[in-house]
Design a protein around this ligand. Structure first.
Ligand code: APR
Length: 307
């Protein structure tokens, strides 16, 4: 049986565990530093199994040891953004948390694939890579699947069409410098550039870029978790079932798109081995410039950390 550990049993972590269990992607361990909380949530989830009908084990724990030999570890541990706080404000605190978690992953789950969710995403994924010392194909950040889902939602709302027909693509960093790609965002194969004018596209792009902040402003005491958790689950499923889906994720660049040793949101083939290929798109000059700004911001933030 596949074993999946989710570190951090808060809103994103616990909802992810629920989705993974309901899809029977594997046995799940959920860990947190708060005593009793992951145990309570795990038991509550197990008690939902007779009704939902899933038949996998869900365990809650405060002990890193219980992640022993996991196939996949999802890191959601950290503090969430408060209103007015940028993702980058979180760097220092969350970097310490992700470092500690990564050292334990290295110790207890040395063969795992790590999916990082803690923000600021591109930087935390870099921290996890450095602290685990794993092959970069096995340390991946969840960003583009969520950002693309947000873009797709806004496109469907704008056109009044089914969201099922929309395929969106977002590159770059998971933050204010993400790069939504209208040319590669389609409705039943038709690029949205043929379906709406530039002003409408710009509006949707801007809403996508501040999609996380829009939720934070509304919730006031936390950040998004329904869409993030299903985006994580899609990535877990593609790995566990070796589906080789083409998904935008934060992947480590070594030469692709002209970048070296940096995490950037790009489309990849995601399978049993983790990132099995990076897909390089031809970008227009403005898109390249946006990507460069995104990469620059990630590099700058990383240089402030002691890794
Ligand atoms: N080990 C395990 N869990 C930890 C640790 C640690 N070292 N440090 C903190 N945690 C736990 C907290 O106790 C909390 O339960 O991480 C959990 C985070 O949960 P929430 O505060 O509910 O935050 P959530 O909304 O789930 O977001 C988690 O994902 O999307 C990102 O920006 C978001 O970085 C944030 C992360």
């Amino acid at each position: 049986m596949t074993k999946i550990t989710v570190v951090g049993a808060g809103f994103v972590g616990a909802t992810t565990v629920q989705r993974i269990a309901e899809k029977e992607l594997g046995d799940v361990v959920m860990t947190d530093i708060i005593e009793g909380m992951p145990q309570g949530k795990a038991l509550d989830l197990m008690e939902s199994a007779p009704i939902v009908g899933f038949d996998v084990n869900v365990v809650g724990t405060n002990d890193y040891k219980d992640m022993q030999d996991s196939d996949i570890v999802v890191i959601t541990a950290g503090i969430a953004r408060k209103p007015g706080m940028s993702r980058d404000d979180l760097v220092k605190t969350n970097s310490n948390i992700v470092s500690e978690v990564s050292e334990n992953i290295k110790k207890y789950a040395p063969d795992s694939i790590v999916i990082v969710v803690t923000n600021p995403l591109d930087i935390m994924t870099h921290v996890a890579l450095m602290k685990t010392g794993f092959h970069p194909g096995r340390v991946i950040g969840m960003s583009g699947v969520l950002d693309s889902a947000r873009f797709a939602t806004f496109v469907a709302m704008e056109l009044g069409c089914s969201v099922r027909n929309v395929d969106a693509m977002v590159l770059g960093g998971h933050g204010d410098l993400m790069v939504p790609l209208p040319r590669h965002t389609t409705v039943s194969g038709i690029p949205i550039t043929e379906l709406m004018d530039e002003a409408a596209i710009d509006r949707l792009v801007q809403r996508t870029i501040s999609g996380g902040a829009e939720i934070v402003e509304l919730l006031k005491t936390g950040s998004a978790f329904y869409a993030p958790s299903v985006a994580i689950t899609l990535m877990v499923e593609s790995i566990v079932r070796d589906q080789k889906r083409i998904l935008p994720v934060a992947a480590y660049m070594y030469g692709q798109y002209g970048y070296e040793e940096i995490y950037l949101g790009v489309p990849v083939k995601l399978g049993r081995m983790g990132v099995e290929a990076v897909i390089e798109l031809d970008l227009t000059e403005p898109e390249q410039e946006m990507l460069a700004r995104s990469a620059e911001a990630v590099k700058e933030a990383i240089s402030t950390l002691d890794l």
